[in-house]
Design a protein. Sequence first.
Length: 95
Amino acid sequence: MLTVIAHHFILPGKMDEAKKRIVTFGQEMRSARGFISRQTVVSQKDPPRVTSVTTWRTKEEYEAYNTPERQAARRALPPLYVKVESETFEVLPEL
């Protein structure tokens, strides 16, 4: 399994719009092959930061969803974030 953690640093005054966009992206993922789950949280310490934790069955299924074309289309949308930091993690099996 693969987990993707993405930190969205929201532009001032754009929190409501950013939350809607993040939720919309999450809804789109739900129908993708290999999607397992997604949880999105808002930092209580740093409220302009919204973090999404998404889990996929395999790295290949995640990459099939997150194509360069999809990434380019998202970058073309009006800006709502100062930046987005994303990292992927291999999920270790639990005992």
